[in-house]
Design a protein around this ligand. Structure first.
Ligand code: ADP
Length: 405
């Protein structure tokens, strides 16, 4: 096991990783920007290194400076958290090239999941079900229009290199196709620098159900059941729970098997999430693999009683997975909500400023709070305005909902 690691992140996830490290006597190095000089993750870590200006491109996205900080402090590994550099294959490669362990998958696995179109193509060749559609290179509007007619309506146009819920259009009839294609391509070009799109059948009343997978470097790959993330705003998750109230035991097993197959298809190592879209009839289709720890990982921890960051550290240091598939058990029901600084009078635009009052419930066996701030801290304009995650657990869903309320 490592004795010292660097955390290339901030906020609640940096604090959460520090918590596990403490428990195992692993020393932690934080990195921080100008705006974060007094942030909780800086206070909680054993050491902290200033890496640059407040804008992420001057600090948390500067791979070179972060690797430099790891070398200087003698950190043996880097945990990227989520967001920032966590899914950046070049960074993962540069870390390993510097003789430091990257706590996550290999760069090559990440690259295979870099484009939505490439990921879908790869998965379908490995027998993982994908949403029927068009993922080809020909991007001529007239050709795409023809493909759309073949797929039939309603359908979705998606930016092939998209993410974060951006660059997606639902098209309900052929008369609306070309206008939507043009606006989707424009948005994709602006947000992701590339305007390539893919088309896929629109799944009515879609459910977003994802499977947590874990693999070690000894060839073992397992899953830790599902999280249901269907409650979304602007295609982004706001409430997540486990187990899914929709899945039968049989469907859970099929999806778990498909997720393990998907992970194996890209030689996956460490924690990952295989996202599926599920139709009202229960048919499920692969959407993407998130090659990192997810924001919503605590619901899995609450129902399995496992510490996923501990597993990430063990696997990255070369150990085998602590459990085999048949030993994974879940108990009760967990729900997570994300608490944001937003202005409801301005259409929920991100808010910023000093947290004058912040009262959070006391942690217990039923209540978990993952926060990166305390009362008196400032939510800055530079980063995600999430204040904390509230996660509750109880014996069943109605009781968990009551805890949440
Ligand atoms: P992003 O990478 O931007 O988060 P995803 O491809 O993961 O985008 O999709 C985000 C959400 O959009 C999904 O969770 C789902 O709610 C909805 N969605 C995506 N694809 C489809 C589809 N084919 N049919 C219906 N809804 C979809």
């Amino acid at each position: 096991m490592f004795t010292k690691i660097l955390i290339a992140n901030r906020g609640e996830i940096a604090c959460r990783i520090i918590r596990t490290c403490r428990q195992f006597g692993i020393r932690t190095v934080a990195v921080y920007s100008d705006a974060d000089a007094k942030a909780q993750h800086v206070k909680q870590a054993d050491e902290a290194i200033h890496v640059g200006g407040s804008i992420p491109s001057e600090s948390y996205l500067c791979g070179d400076k972060i690797i430099e900080a790891a070398k200087k402090t003698g950190a043996q590994a880097i945990h990227p958290g989520y967001g920032f550099l966590s899914e950046n294959a070049d960074f993962a490669e540069a870390v390993e090239a510097a003789g430091i362990r990257f706590i996550g998958p290999k760069a090559n696995s990440m690259r295979k999941m870099g484009s939505k179109a490439g990921a879908k193509d790869l998965m379908s060749t490995h027998g993982v079900p994908v949403v029927p559609g068009y993922t080809g290179e020909n991007q001529e509007p007239a050709y795409l229009f023809q493909e759309a007619d073949r797929i039939q309506y309603p359908l979705m146009i998606k930016a092939a290199h998209g993410g974060g819920g951006k660059g997606m259009r639902i098209v309900r009839s052929s008369g609306e196709f070309l206008a939507n294609l043009e606006s989707c391509q424009r948005e994709a070009k602006n947000a992701f620098g590339r305007d390539r799109v893919l088309l896929e059948k629109y799944i009515e009343q879609p459910r977003h159900i994802e499977i947590q997978v874990f693999a070690d470097s000894h060839g073992n790959t397992i899953h830790l059941n599902e999280r249901e993330c269907s409650a979304q705003r602007r295609y982004q998750k706001v409430i997540e729970e486990s187990p899914s109230p929709f899945l039968t035991g049989e469907r859970r097993k099929q999806m778990g098997d498909a997720a393990v197959q998907a992970a194996k298809a890209i030689d996956y190592v460490n924690a990952g999430t295989v996202e599926f879209i599920v139709g009202a009839d229960g048919d499920f289709y692969f959407m993407e693999i998130n090659t990192r720890l997810q924001v919503e990982h605590p619901v899995t921890e609450m129902v399995t009683g496992l510490d996923l960051v501990e597993w990430q550290l063990r696997v990255a240091s070369g150990e085998k997975l602590p459990l085999v598939q048949s030993e994974i058990q879940t108990k009760g029901h967990a729900i997570e909500v994300r608490l944001y600084a937003e202005d409801p009078e301005k259409n929920f635009l991100p808010g910023s400023g000093r947290l004058e009052k912040l009262h959070l419930p006391a942690p217990s066996k039923n209540v978990r709070i993952d926060a990166g701030v305390v009362e008196g801290d400032t939510v800055s304009i530079f980063y995600d305005p999430m204040i904390a995650k509230l996660i509750v657990w109880d014996e069943d869903r109605p009781r968990a909902l009551a805890q949440l309320q």
